[in-house]
Design a protein around this ligand. Sequence first.
Ligand SMILES: *Cc1c(COP(=O)(O)O)cnc(C)c1O
Length: 233
Amino acid sequence: MDAIAENILKVRERMARAAAACGRDPEEITLLPISKTFPAESVSRAVAAGIRRFGENRVQEAEAKILHFRGIADLEWHLVGHLQSNKTRRAAELFDVIHSIDSVKVAARLDQAAKESGKILSVLLQVDLGSEETKFGAPPEEIRDLVDAVSGLKHLRLDGLMTIPPFFKNPEEARPYFAQLRRLGESLEAEQPGCLGRRHLSMGMSHDFEAAILEGATIIRVGTAIFGERRHA
Ligand SMILES: *Cc1c(COP(=O)(O)O)cnc(C)c1O
């Protein structure tokens, strides 16, 4: 069997075990393979294994891959990396879901770009829960204002929250961060029912997605465990 197909099976088994451990239906958790740094050929192998949505972290790198598959396969593309305001137009044209909204400014520009592209973009708010590796995401205390601002934009549909916790060797240590994102979502929904749309929680990566599933992840973003180690650029 193809190595990528085999890795996808292994990830699905890990997902099923984590879901079973907390009484969740694995069907309600979306596996989002992150194909950044890997060529279109790797994406094709995942498509052959049944995958239809992919995540990328850079607009520029993703562009060639996304255009390559237009007219070949009907794929859904998610931007999971930081979005600069000068890339909003390309991002709106290329992607279906943006996980990394962290300012009113970027949201407003993306809304305008989505309008020009004639589409409604699904977006998640990236919450910074004290990660030192990434300086991206809005602090939790700014999220309410961001929810209010994004809710007023006609071409964005707010569908939930995303976070990248600090890296811990022991994934159990990431759990409080995942729990914090879930609780933030719950309190926003309690104050303003429906404000988070599909109420997605995009959290958990190759080494810690079980912990994220135990805390309610609905989208897990998995690169290495599917495509292999990335060569550092
Ligand atoms: C690269 C990346 C991932 C996947 O990380 P792995 O550890 O390879 O699974 C997930 N989320 C974001 C935002 C990324 O940039």
